[in-house]
Design a binder for this molecule. Structure first.
Ligand code: NAP
Length: 248
């Protein structure tokens, strides 16, 4: 049953596509963002114009005080939480490991891993039957990079997604008997701003011919998988990894 859904990093890219689809499917959607309030408000406007309910909330989800405020806002404005999509993730410019600096490692691992743990923590406190909740679903947006390693590009980013995959496995087991399902999608080569942020805007166009399907993916294709994993149609699915990387 759709209810209140929090999607981190939902102003742009995969998170935005997931928010729009969730709005169409009847979820009351919290569109979290960090800097780009205009993009987040556009997502909210699209959902509301289509007859849905949505709210944009600025919060840096790698900081617990901001995560607490974000979840409290969802409680107050959208009602009991039934779903979380841990979607925030960043990569920085291409670099070999011997050239990585300490600050970057902290930034990437904090943004990608700490945020997912913090949001999972506060979602479980609300949704677990152990805490009086009614259950729910969490989807972690990982990456094919967790399997492939991203050599010569960003092994730090790939490793952060490996950590997220371990979170999916461990948390799914921890809360399986408490009404919460935890699953993961592992996209690859999706057309979003992500690649420009990592200093390579033409990456998908340049490399898509190397994929078995010979094309990049669209955020809407990832959103479909996320919505299925959140839904009751996936009621016996937990601890799973769905590959969305054109066969790579
Ligand atoms: P994107 O277009 O760059 O969007 C990233 C979103 O995250 C933005 O809305 C941004 O907010 C938000 N954000 C970043 N840091 C944040 C923080 N600390 N707190 C709150 N929000 C934050 O990225 P995307 O391609 O949609 O990526 C979404 C997820 O998919 C990521 O986890 C990424 O690793 C994963 N993924 C992407 C690809 C791909 O090819 N695109 C492939 C595999 C996996 P602002 O808009 O405010 O800046």
């Amino acid at each position: 049953m759709p209810g209140a859904l929090l999607i981190t990093g939902a102003g742009r890219g995969i998170g935005a596509a997931t928010a729009r689809l969730a709005g169409q499917r009847g979820y009351r959607v919290c569109v979290n963002y960090l800097h780009n309030g205009t993009a987040a408000e556009e997502v909210v406007r699209d959902i509301v114009q289509a007859g849905g309910t949505a709210l944009a909330v600025r919060a840096d989800v790698s900081r617990e005080a901001e995560v607490e405020r974000l979840f409290a806002t969802v409680d107050a404005e959208l009602g009991p939480l039934t779903g979380l999509v841990n979607n925030v993730g960043v990569a920085e410019k291409k670099s070999r490991i011997e050239d990585l600096d300490e600050e970057r490692l902290h930034r990437v691992l904090t943004t990608n891993v700490v945020s997912a743990f913090l949001c999972a923590k506060h979602a479980v406190r609300r949704m677990s039957t152990r805490h009086g909740g009614r259950g729910g679903a969490i989807v972690n947006v990982s990456s094919a990079a967790a399997r492939l390693g991203s050599a010569n590009e960003y092994v730090d980013y790939a490793a952060s997604k490996g950590a997220m995959d371990t979170l999916t496995t461990g948390l799914s087991l921890e809360v399986a008997a408490e009404g919460i399902r935890v699953n993961s999608v592992r996209p690859g080569f999706i057309r979003t701003d992500f690649h420009a942020t990592a200093g390579d805007p033409g990456r998908v166009d340049r490399l898509q011919g190397n994929l078995p399907m010979q094309r990049g993916g669209d955020p809407e294709e990832v959103a479909e998988a996320v919505l299925w994993l959140l839904s009751d149609q996936a009621s016996f699915v937990t601890g799973s990894f769905t590959e969305l990387a054109g066969g790579k």
